[in-house]
Ligand binder design. Structure first.
Ligand code: 6YU
Length: 510
């Protein structure tokens, strides 16, 4: 059957492959499977769905190895809506009150702040420093639609502003030094939020384009993966093929399927195990980290220069979690967050030292997880090259270093260290190669749109052979689960509209 939109490849029952079973891929597959006539198949490299949504049973409870919160759980957040539909949220998370809270995307203040010499840092001082930091961070939004910015990065902007403030501080020298050390922790925290090594790598102009939704960030009591599990089980049997890492996507071709020899397909996907899947359309949802590493072998012919260039330029960094399990808590019962402040550090001074000796200084602190069966668990956050270095260490090395850190900050050399640890290793994960995307210096929101553009771009008669989804392709919600889900829906809808308009045209012709 010939037709205009798919050109010589038009079929009433197109074969559509979705590559990757994260939330973007599952979202796309769900929509496509509801459309009668589409033959949809999802190829996932690993033995599970969820991707960077990954909950593990540990310490007698559930911990999140990847995504942690629903950012902005309110009516316009599709993750929140889906979680409601599947009945995965508690009373408090669903409450109107919770949905109306606006926090501007900033993490809450710590319940306690420890310095590296074992002193409690005054929480009023921490609050003042936080106010300064977030006021300056909010000022970055002013540069959104400006043709030029005074400096290239968010980091440089913040540091220049802090320099100016410094001269107005009337505190004694010791307090000034401590304030700079606290600011250093907030810089490190922002690296975790943005998923980057340094805020000097994050572009200033487009930073304000990231959009926040109202609602107090909330978690899934039974684990985030409950959501992707529900999506997965809603799909017809045999749609998902596990352990099918895609090696090459051949496009702009004319391929046959041995089961229907008369048909021709413009794309053929080849897996690592040699199996081949001809298709009319492929929705690629693999992470930007994977694209950066493999784009030259993943696509044949190679991606157009413009898209390859964007993939190279865009930012994709590492944010990891380290869970520490204790027999008894050393923190107060009402403590929710523990901040760690390294004295004698400052965002205005670059540290030059071996990662081996300082990696743990990038750890911003811990959130206290709800008590588990018979364990007390802290979840630490660490971003950047230090986080990637941490992945190369053994569990025992990490446990031992962090025991020393905890003894130092609590001023208690006898403190019992964690009895076990568990951590994420997103940089080494072969099908992820990092945590999430950011808009790096030298790139912009337009680059995100270029990444999202289907291929080929030049020929109307064979358009939409390869479509791109995944968190890094969402211009305003990149780095989040809701951005990823919306991107999967966007690409599924693109194909649905193509075939719906084609069907209309066919009807008019009759
Ligand atoms: C959020 C949060 N959160 C913490 C940590 C991480 C992330 N995020 P996927 O990777 O899921 O799926 C791709 C699949 O493809 C996968 O299954 C692969 O196996 C497969 N694949 C790859 N190659 C293949 C091949 N060759 N063949 C076949 N299959 C292949 N998001 O909303 N709340 O709390 C966090 C957090 C440690 C690692 C997060 C959070 C990010 C999300 O997890 C992530 O975006 C989505 O899950 C991605 O889904 P996907 O389907 O696209 O890919 C101004 C400004 C600042 C901007 N930042 C704001 C802060 C927001 C981020 N906050 C994060 C915080 C945490 C703690």
């Amino acid at each position: 059957m010939e037709g205009s939109s798919g050109g010589r490849f038009y079929s009433r029952n197109p074969t559509i492959l979705v590559i990757g079973g994260g939330i973007a891929g599952l979202g796309a597959a769900q929509r496509l499977c509801r459309h009668q006539g589409f033959r949809t198949q999802l190829l996932e490299a690993t033995d599970r769905c969820g991707g960077r949504i990954r909950s593990e049973s540990a310490f007698g409870g559930v911990v999140e190895i990847g995504a942690h919160w629903i950012h902005g759980p309110s009516k316009n957040n599709p993750i929140f809506q889906l979680a409601l539909e599947y009945g995965l949220l508690g009373e408090k998370e669903m409450s109107e009150e919770n949905q109306l809270i606006e926090v501007g995307g900033h993490p809450g203040l710590p319940s306690v702040s420890f310095s590296s010499s074992g002193k409690d840092v005054d929480l009023k001082l921490v609050e003042d420093v936080a106010n300064l930091f977030y006021t300056l961070l909010d000022q970055t939004r002013e540069f959104l639609h400006m043709a030029e910015t005074p400096v290239a990065s968010v980091g440089e902007f913040l540091k220049e502003a802090i320099h100016r403030h410094l001269s107005e501080w009337t505190d004694n020298e010791e307090t000034k030094k401590l304030k700079l050390s606290i600011l250093n922790t907030f810089f490190n925290l922002e690296c975790c939020v943005s998923g980057c090594h340094s805020m000097d790598l994050v572009a200033l102009g487009p930073f304000g384009e990231y959009a926040m939704l109202p609602g107090l960030d909330c978690t899934f009591t039974e684990g985030y993966e409950g959501l992707t599990n529900c999506m997965m089980t809603s799909l017809p049997k045999n749609v998902i093929l596990f352990n099918k890492p895609v090696k090459t996507i051949l496009w702009n071709g004319s391929f046959r399927d041995e089961h229907s020899p008369k048909e021709r397909f413009p794309v053929q996907v080849e897996c690592e195990d040699g199996e081949k899947f001809p298709a009319h359309h492929v929705i690629v949802t693999v992470p930007l980290g994977f694209l950066k590493e493999k784009m030259t072998t993943l696509f044949s012919p190679q991606l157009p220069h413009r898209k390859a260039d964007v993939i190279r330029k865009m930012g994709f960094g590492t944010n990891n979690k380290i869970f520490l399990e204790f027999e008894a808590p050393f923190w107060e019962p009402d403590c929710q967050q523990i901040q760690v402040v390294w004295e004698d550090t400052s965002p205005l001074i670059d540290v030059r030292a071996e990662l081996q000796d300082i990696w743990f200084q990038k750890l911003v602190g811990f959130i206290v997880l709800p008590p588990m069966e018979s364990a007390y668990v802290l979840c630490g956050f660490i971003a950047g090259h230090e986080s990637e270095f941490m992945e190369t260490l053994s569990d025992e090395e990490v446990r031992s270093s962090l025991t020393q850190v905890l003894r130092r900050i609590t001023g208690n050399p006898q403190l019992s260290g964690p009895r076990s640890i568990l951590r994420s290793k997103w940089h080494s994960a072969p099908y992820t190669r990092g945590s999430y995307s950011y808009v790096a210096v030298g790139s912009s929101g337009d680059d995100i749109d270029i990444l999202a553009q289907p291929l080929p771009t030049d020929s109307l008669s064979s358009q939409f052979q390869i479509l791109f989804a995944g968190e890094a392709t969402h211009r305003t919600f990149y780095s989040t689960t809701h951005g990823a889900l919306l991107s999967g829906w966007r690409e599924a809808d693109r194909l649905i509209s193509l075939y719906d308009s084609e069907t209309q045209q066919q009807k008019f012709k009759l």
